[in-house]
Design a binder for this molecule. Structure first.
Ligand SMILES: *Cc1c(COP(=O)(O)O)cnc(C)c1O
Length: 386
């Protein structure tokens, strides 16, 4: 029996190599060229007005917080409301910039609960950081409304959301900044890279400088009237920026992958629907609530089971050559976020109950059914009725 892994990225190898070959032939592997080509394709695909290609989503989250902080004169210790049920990048980005993550609880979509967010707003709250878990929008639009009415910035960690649409429209349209990930096992895998999409064009200009050490190539030419090409080294440095931009070799993979993203996501939804149909009337297996109107990228397929059985179920599946995952442990279990332990009971409970089942383009329906059979069999033998 072959192993059934959680994630297996699939590449159109010929298409990837064709794009990379163009970089090598041109002698251009760095910033520009394919990074700009992919930025333009991403804007076209998502309908978002701006897109800047970075070497990761994590650095994009940090740049979003950094630039909002500087431009809006936030102070150290100001608060950003965030979810404890996420990859640590989401919350580390807040700490990197000297702000404080204040955790709100999740609802049954595993995304932030708008009512809990409202309760966590204080005079120091500056923004909400939202994660669309597994590609699910949850109640993203309600949170966007709260941000608008309370004058908070809305930062969307869309690491799982490449290709997620809500009522037919690609997500990101109502956030102040949306950050995507093309990390090696995401639903649009490259090797490592990400995209930051500010709604405000001025902030897009700033992040382009910030992601390349703060270098401002425009000012010298503008202030002296000299030809930029002749005096390239006379650039100004406007910020103490980071080295965070993406490169043309990795952008080549993104360009090749974007061509089949919608087809891949459709297959992901088909696999998820098959799992749903197998589990839906099983009293010991809970499905995660999918928002109405959401066409999810389905980066993840998650279920929840009695917490006593969760880890033993994973061990049992491992014996059957199935290798699921858990997304995620509540961040309040980690020492830097432990100050908030107990403040988000639902997230803490889900953290002990959820399992992500194998979901990728190489899975056959037979394999999905085999995974479902094993889960159902284990639960029927061991269910305590809880
Ligand atoms: C993967 C992930 C990130 C980090 O993305 P990178 O591109 O690896 O930096 C951030 N947030 C969430 C929710 C993720 O799953």
């Amino acid at each position: 029996m072959k192993n059934i892994q959680l994630f297996v990225p699939t590449f159109d190898i010929d298409e990837c190599l064709k794009e990379i070959r163009e970089c090598l032939e041109k002698g251009w592997t760095g910033l520009g060229y394919k990074t700009i080509e992919f930025e333009n394709q991403w804007k076209e695909y998502t309908g978002l007005p701006h897109a800047h290609y970075l070497n990761s989503n994590t650095i994009g989250l940090q740049l979003a917080v950094k630039i909002f902080k500087e431009e809006n004169k936030w102070s150290d210790g100001d608060e950003i409301i965030s979810t404890p049920l996420t990859f640590v990048s989401t919350n580390h980005a807040i700490l990197y910039e000297g702000l404080k993550p204040v955790f709100a609880d999740v609802d049954d979509s595993l995304c932030l609960d708008p009512d809990s967010v409202l309760h966590r707003i204080t005079p120091k709250t500056r923004a909400v950081m939202y994660v669309g878990m597994g590609g699910n929008t949850g109640r993203l639009n309600d949170i966007a409304d709260i941000c608008r009415s309370k004058k908070l910035k809305f930062i969307l960690d869309a690491a799982h959301m490449a290709g997620t649409r809500f009522n037919g429209k690609h997500i990101g349209y109502n956030a102040d900044c949306t950050i995507f990930s093309y990390q090696a096992v995401k639903n649009l895998p490259s090797a490592d890279s990400g995209m930051i999409c500010f709604t405000d064009g001025e902030l897009d200009k700033i992040v382009r400088m910030y992601s390349w050490l703060g270098i401002n190539k425009d000012t010298y030419a503008r202030t002296t009237g000299m030809n930029k090409g002749e005096y390239k080294w006379y650039y100004d440095v406007s910020y103490v920026g980071l080295k965070a931009h993406g490169n043309s070799v990795i952008a080549s993979l993104c360009i090749a992958q974007l061509k089949h993203l919608d087809r891949d996501n459709a297959r992901r939804r088909e696999i998820s629907a098959l799992y749903d149909s197998r589990f839906q009337n099983n009293p010991s297996i809970r499905l995660i609530r999918m928002a109405t109107g959401c066409e999810s990228s389905r980066h993840l397929y998650q279920i929840a089971v009695d917490q006593i059985l969760r880890d033993p179920l994973i061990s049992y599946l491992n014996e059957k050559n199935i290798f699921p995952g858990v997304h995620y442990r509540t961040n309040t279990d980690y020492k830097m976020y432990s100050y908030a332990k107990g403040t988000c009971p639902k997230a803490e409970k889900y953290s002990t109950e959820i399992i992500s089942l194998p979901l990728h383009m190489k899975l056959t329906d037979d394999e999905v059914n085999y995974v479902a059979d094993q889960v159902i069999e284990y639960m029927s033998k061991n269910n305590t009725g809880a």
